[in-house]
Design a protein around this ligand. Sequence first.
Ligand code: DLL
Length: 433
Amino acid sequence: MEYWQPEIETMPRKQLQELQLKRLKKSVNAVYKNVPLYRKRFDDAGLKPADVRSLDDLKKLPFTKKSDLRDTYPFGMFAVPLQQCNRLHASSGTSGKSTVVGYTKKDLETWADLMARCFYMVGVRPGDVFQNAANYGLFTGGLGIHAGAERLGCVAVPAGTGSTQKQIEMIRDFGVRVMHCTPSYALYIAETCKKMGIEPGTLPLRIGLFGAEPWSANTRVQLEKSFGIKAYDSYGLSEMMGPGVAFECTEQDGLHIWEDAFIVEVLDKNGEQCAPGEKGELVLTTLLKEALPLIRYRTGDITMIMKDECPCGRTSVRLNKFYGRADDMLIIRGLNVFPSQIEHILMDMPEVGEYFQVVLERVNHMDEMTVRVEMSDKAFSGELGDLQKVTGKVTKKLKDSLNLRTKVVLVEKGSLPRVEGKSKKVIDMRTAI
Ligand code: DLL
């Protein structure tokens, strides 16, 4: 059995816990000293960093939520001055404002190492040609994965998303052995291959790394069969750094979470700790981050800690494949979108009435979002040109704010269903991939 960082990956649990406590104390001190929001929360709860004497004391500490990052937009939760950061990334937030995350030079080093650990774990080796078909913008799946591939010594190909035919030609011509993308994009690539008259199984790919959205056991079978690869699940979130938080090993049975870098809690609806084998919300505390250390961050993701030790010899706990979200966050083509965000954008436009509906479908393995909007009385002149203008304006506004292509359909006032109580603003017709 080979490991990228054997001393950490196979560290006896007692020693691992001692390491965690030492690092937790450091993180708690850093946030108390440098982040006003944490200092206030600790003070309000009558807590001082010195009150953290054991790992069990973590339970006393306040939670952090995505809304905290939004409320202190853009850099209010940073524990170092902006000038000490080397990079920023961002993901969508609830109010149209993004959640901004920062990294010091050391944070980027840690991230690259954690990523390399994940890749090495599933058989990626120096010299492998590694194509990253993820978005290279503010999304962490671009540069984050890329840095890990370089750290390991791979030949990284920053393919980005789109130009699918070209991607396939590169896989074939460059001898690409490892590919990373979202599972839905992988399905689309397989289908495009067939349209081009290329049998996906004849490509040189051997390892597929897929994440950023939930995917099922069936999709794994489908992808492994069509490409002739082993497919591994990759979990992460920008707030913790991005991808590289938890990753499957070759056992393909649960995702190892790197406990030297994160403390894992799984909590039930009342905030009580779930026992291994019980489903709840994943809550994470960072142990190594300098720019944006977060204490008890509520990820909103539902999973459970798996009971048994893993035959691979790694001592970190494993998380079950993710079951979904505790909130209403949607993942559309890998982007996180909250219905409230769409509402916020639409309600800011005088042409739009009070009712709208979001319909999500999967067409050719890709997510398609249609937004049906009722026009406001004053915008409705009955002229076709006016309708087209409003459609164009709404489409552009949604694209600019969400960075997501949407189809906008204007409907007559009064035609969307009115319900008593909570209206169903989102109709998700996508079957689980
Ligand atoms: O999606 C980071 C990432 C990039 C992970 C590339 C893996 C590969 P965010 O855009 O901040 O970061 O979205 C994080 O996506 O809270 C989950 O709800 C969801 N998610 C990520 N990976 C998985 C997965 C990146 N493997 C949010 N299974 C998270 C299920 C996932 N959901």
